[in-house]
Design a protein around this ligand. Structure first.
Ligand SMILES: Nc1ncnc2c1ncn2[C@@H]1O[C@H](COP(=O)(O)OP(=O)(O)OP(=O)(O)O)[C@@H](O)[C@H]1O
Ligand SMILES: [Mg+2]
Length: 358
């Protein structure tokens, strides 16, 4: 029945008498004037630096960017693609496109994370990131109820009737896995095998049935159908991988594994040059020393490509600080000494550097 306005009452110029549909139409008109209608949406962003949550009206593109920033996805800086890097990139892309999550396994500092980030960014979807560790729980992956929102309405519509209504709402805050499943983002789960297997159980139905179950929600809200663009890249250190938190076989069965070993000599030299701008002959010398030491040290102590980059950066810095009179061999010793466990071990490492640098 249409509402017939008999006594138009006004409060500061606005008509108070409005039917529900008129009110909605007026709100929509107001939003459209302010440019707040589609494609803008309201999202809540919580950044690790600022735990306060706030609502913002932002565009779809800005929302993706804000989410990436909030989850601090690193950039694959100075990334270079040699034929062997490209071969890894291609395999990783192929399996992701085929719809499988990919598990990159390899020794420390061989380039797993850089490859994961580079390929993930290349997919053109927002990337969300989580780092596995002992303390990670299921809610670190899927989110949870974390924020109370209170709303008070004071209604004095009829002058002699004063009505108040207070509502308390708890709000759901998404974390990387639920975000990626809902909106079809790419999830990078770095060092995934460091997380206790029970916390990762939630991934089983995501990978197999395409359903994410949110255990603390009820009714139909409990299940999220995984978005068709959802992709997942997981990385694990091969040394720690077989350790205390070996992932459950059922989970490993649902993903493809790509073993990433240290890159070959030419690629490592190019990576060092790219990161530091050092000359080719110096990069070659550093890589030769590290590769020779790598062959002689036990798995858990082998220096990776990162060690080559560190030595090169030390050498570049030394160019401006010749007054420090530090020897190149000493730089190599300092870098590979980062996992030294005894004076005897240190002596052995010094000997290795002297031998390899001779
Ligand atoms: N293709 C590449 N192009 C340029 N730099 C690279 C490339 N691959 C690896 N690097 C560099 O080598 C170093 C080690 O790589 P990264 O951190 O990806 O290794 P990781 O296997 O993830 O190591 P960890 O097991 O310690 O996490 C980084 O400084 C990275 O920037
Ligand atoms: Mg890594």
């Amino acid at each position: 029945m249409p509402y017939i306005e008999s006594h138009p009452r006004r409060v500061r110029g606005d008509a108070v008498h409005m039917t529900a549909s008129e009110k909605k139409a007026s709100e929509m008109a107001h939003n459209s004037e302010a440019g707040l209608n589609n494609p803008c949406i309201q999202v809540r962003i919580r950044s690790p630096a600022n735990m306060d949550c706030s609502y913002e009206l932002i565009s779809e593109e800005a929302r993706h960017k804000a989410i990436e920033e909030a989850f601090l996805t690193p950039e694959a800086n100075h990334f270079i693609s040699t034929p062997e890097v490209m071969e890894m990139e291609n395999r990783l892309s192929l399996w992701l496109q085929a719809g499988y999550p990919v598990h990159l396994i390899g020794p420390t500092g061989c380039g797993k994370t850089s490859l994961a980030v580079h390929v993930a960014k290349g997919l053109g979807r927002p990337v969300v990131w989580i780092n596995g560790d002992e303390a990670i729980t299921t809610s670190d992956l899927i989110g949870g109820y974390s924020q109370m929102q209170s709303e008070s309405v004071r209604d004095n519509y009829v002058h002699n009737v004063f009505k108040t209504k207070d509502t308390m709402k708890i709000e759901w805050v998404d974390n990387p896995l639920s975000l990626a499943c809902k909106y079809g983002y790419t999830l990078i789960y770095n060092e995934f095998s460091r997380t206790k297997p029970a916390s990762n159980n939630v991934l089983l139905s995501v990978f197999e049935e395409g359903i994410l179950e949110l255990p603390t929600k009820f009714g139909e809200d409990r299940y999220i159908k995984v978005h068709p663009d959802f992709k997942a890249i997981l990385t694990s250190n091969s040394i720690e991988y077989a350790g205390i938190h070996r992932p459950q076989d059922a989970l490993l069965d649902r993903m493809v594994g790509i073993y990433a070993d240290y890159y070959g000599y030419e690629t490592e030299v190019r990576i060092v040059m790219e990161h530091t701008g050092i000359s080719q002959d110096k990069a070659e010398k550093i890589v030769q020393i590290i590769r020779s030491i790598r062959e002689k040290l036990p798995d858990a102590q082998k220096p990776g490509t990162r060690a080559c980059i560190m030595i090169a950066k030390g050498l570049q810095t030394l160019k401006d600080r010749e007054d420090l009179a530090i020897d190149f061999k000493q730089l190599c010793i300092d870098v590979i000494a980062n996992k030294t466990c005894s004076p005897r071990d240190m002596e052995e490492k010094k000997r290795l550097v002297m031998e390899s640098a001779a």
